[in-house]
Each structure stands twice: as C-alpha cells, then as structure tokens.
Design a protein around this ligand. Structure first.
Ligand SMILES: C[S@@+](CC[C@H](N)C(=O)[O-])C[C@H]1O[C@@H](n2cnc3c(N)ncnc32)[C@H](O)[C@@H]1O
Length: 174
C-alpha cells in the first residue's frame, strides 16, 4: 500500500513537471517577421503556428497581412495574456489565437507552416515531435538557429533589420 501511494505521488509529480523554457523572450524585428512569412510561402487560409510566440507579432502579421489561420504557442503567462489581448483589440480573433502552453505538447499535424525562433539545442528537442506530426509538404522557417539534423532547402540572409543587424533564415520543406 505504501508503495502504491509512493508510485502514485511520483507519477502525479511527473505528470505535472513544469514545461522547459526553450529560449528567452527576444522579439524578431518586424522586417524579419515579414521575410520569414514570405520565405515560408504563407498563403491565405493556411494554418501556421509560431512556436514560442512571444508578443504574438508573427501570428498577428500572418493573420492580418497574409490572411492565414494563425496560432501561437507561448509558455509565459504574461506574454500569452498580452498577445491574446492585442489580437482581440485588432479584431483578429477569427484568424489568430494564442495557445498558453508548452510547445512540446501541441498538435501540429494540420500545419502548413511553422515558424521557430529558439536555440539549436531546443530545435533538437522539438525535432522528434515535428518529424512524427508534420505532414508531407509542411514548411518550417527558423530564425538564426537551424535544425542541426535537417538540411535547409533555402537559406536567406536579411542584411539589415532596420537597426543595422543581420539575420539568417532557414527554410525546410518536409
Ligand atoms: C526568442 S523568443 C521568440 C518570440 C517570437 N516567436 C518572435 O520571433 O518574436 C522565444 C519565445 O519562446 C517562448 N518559449 C520558450 N519555451 C517555451 C515552451 N516550452 N513552450 C512555449 N513557449 C516557449 C519564450 O517565452 C519566448 O517568448
């Protein structure tokens, strides 16, 4: 009986293990946001996810300018709340939403495009999930950090983000 109680507590603790923070919040400059969505070939009505959506800028531009069906996944409660408020304020709720949760526990099987701005080591952690879930023809665009075990189909350099910094974008066709 004592063992059963111990096993149950251990299982419960494991099930409630906090999600891992895969990168700090560093926003992508607007010029680079647009280049990522263009490089990803995002079309009206297509489903896109931004993995770790921060203040929601990729989701908002995808919905507003590209007329996509956009979703962000964000673990930080404050960023999640603020980006959801901004979507409401811009009246984009029919095309944009933020999932307050962990990148590693979502379903991306319907995605046409994923955008990712995480570390290379974090990309390695999410790669098995994406390899399992992504359908053939789905596209993935990463900002500055590549998927070490995937070969990029295109690499684009953004020479100046408006503040004199350069950025590299990696495009993968699954
Ligand atoms: C480098 S920022 C990128 C923000 C936004 N995608 C952009 O490009 O402007 C990474 C974001 O991922 C979020 N994040 C980190 N680990 C996460 C996880 N396990 N699940 C969901 N979001 C996560 C962070 O809170 C942060 O907002």
């Amino acid at each position: 009986m004592r063992f059963a109680v111990f096993a149950f507590s251990a299982l419960t603790a494991f099930a409630q293990a906090p999600a891992e923070k895969l990168a700090p919040y560093v926003p992508t400059p607007p010029i680079v946001v647009e280049r990522m969505l263009k490089l990803g070939g995002l079309q009206p009505g297509e489903k896109m996810f931004d993995l770790g959506s921060g203040d929601g800028r990729l989701v908002i531009m995808a919905a507003k300018k590209f007329k996509a069906d956009a979703a962000g996944v964000e673990i930080d409660e404050k960023l999640c709340r603020e980006s959801s408020d901004q979507i409401r304020k811009l009246k984009l709720e029919n095309r944009a939403r933020i999932i307050c949760g962990d990148i590693l526990t979502q379903d991306y099987s319907q995605a046409a495009l994923l955008t990712v701005y995480l570390f290379t080591g974090s990309n390695e952690k999410i790669r098995p999930l994406l390899e399992k879930q992504l359908r053939k023809g789905a596209r993935v665009v990463t900002h500055d950090f590549e998927f070490a075990n995937w070969k990029a189909d295109k690499i684009e350099l953004v020479e100046d983000d408006g503040e004199g910094r350069s950025h590299t974008l990696f495009y993968y066709l699954r």
